[in-house]
Design a protein around this ligand. Sequence first.
Ligand code: NCD
Length: 526
Amino acid sequence: MSHGNFNGRTIQVVKDLSLDEQWYLYEKTRQLKQELTSGSRAESFRIQNKDMGVYLMFLEDSTRTKESFRNAATFHGLKVNDFDVRSSSFQKKENITDTVKMLLGYSSESIFVIRSKQEGVCRWLEQSMGRYAEKAGLPKPAFINAGDGRHEHPTQEFLDEFSFLEFLGWDRSHIHIVLVGDLFHGRTAHSKVDGLRIFSSVEIDLIAPPELAMPKHYVQQMEKHGFKVRLFDSIQEYLSQSHIAKSWYFTRLQLERMGELVLDQSERLRKAVTFQKEYLSKVPETARFFHPLPRHSESPTIPSFLDDTALNGWDEQSRNGYFTRIIEIGMIGGHIGQDFHGERHKPLEFLDSFIEDAPLRSARKPEYKVGIRPVEHGIVIDHIGTGTETREIWEHIHKIRHILDLHMVSSQGVYRSVNNKHYKGVVSVPDMDEMDEKMVKMLAAIAPNCTLNMVKDSVVIKKFRLRMPPRVYKLDGLRCKNEDCISHPRNYEPVIPEFHRLREGTFVCMFCNTPHQYKEIWSSEL
Ligand code: NCD
């Protein structure tokens, strides 16, 4: 794929398109929809390339997402491959990495549309198949996330935002929206955290009983984005106050993802988020209801008596899935995007330096020793785990030895620091003149805030403090705590876990974006 601003782009999360790029997608969709609904064949939007293939890999059930992608690919005249999970080698426990590698060889240019229970799968395939394609001389494949576990559903988000904009007459200045239903499992609700940023100001009300509440980290992100957030337990409670949104977004109760405990409570939970006839008089007349669909046939959160009312926004919304996905494939296929002039999505950069020079103090350091003798030449790692429990400091020491493979004649210990306030760990590494950058990075990741002391003729001649690095990866013992993450060992994919620092002490998994405290990125099995 060689042209356009978007060709070969992977969309794992909403943020993989910058806000300008999202707006471009909506504007193009608006033009396309106008043309198609006025009877034009919209020829200029079509890719028309029989060598380009779209693989539909739906490892979880789907109707709308799959069929709208299939029809969008057919619109473009592309080769559509429907991957049949039930008769594939997945049944023989083949992993997705091997499967996709094989499929890559069948088209000169490929777009994979993937729905999976495993979170972060498209990010992983972008990375691993990008490397593989380069080596094999194949064009870089693109991956579109069509819903990954409880994580995100970016293309649903794009059609949702397009539908809200249409409803609001293309006014981007403000939206007041209420999300109702299973906000805990609903990936379409989670994607709102980034998708709604297309509006300059956002008021968002969240209605869900505590068991189905939006996970805290999403609420925190919304607040960080400047959204005004309010929480309610039920529609009834929401309607008992007077500031009621015009845009309502309902989601289904995802019973298939709930444990026994919550299932027992399903009646009560449903009631809290199901719209009732008597609520009608309290909803603004100009309101519109949206829903990613499907609705539960026996107990839908939007009951069918509303189907033929002016509140019905979900039918048009579902149609919009076809239009937005035509444009998405057109962009990623390199056909649409030449006239894009806004700010492009920026790949991540890790610039901040984490090695600082530290002042030397002339105090004697009896703890810098080998056996009972002071270190004469070498390196001493000091201030390991300062301020934490002694047990934790010992764990840090063992981790350092194991991961950095430090198994020479040496000493280690847990001591009180000079001011006697804290405990700290010390490891001596005699006869080592310097540590290479890779080792220093590893050490900073394992024992952030430790110091590296260079000792010559029994005197510390140079000292560095190692801060938490911006990215932690390629180390034994790293593990995402989310069992549904593609990088979790239980999924048997050859993924190397990688974490990115958000703020001091908080890291996110680069595949599933689950936030972790620093301690949590390490497996307890080391
Ligand atoms: C949603 C999904 O699968 O995430 N549906 C969809 O894509 N149209 C929501 C759902 O299944 O509840």
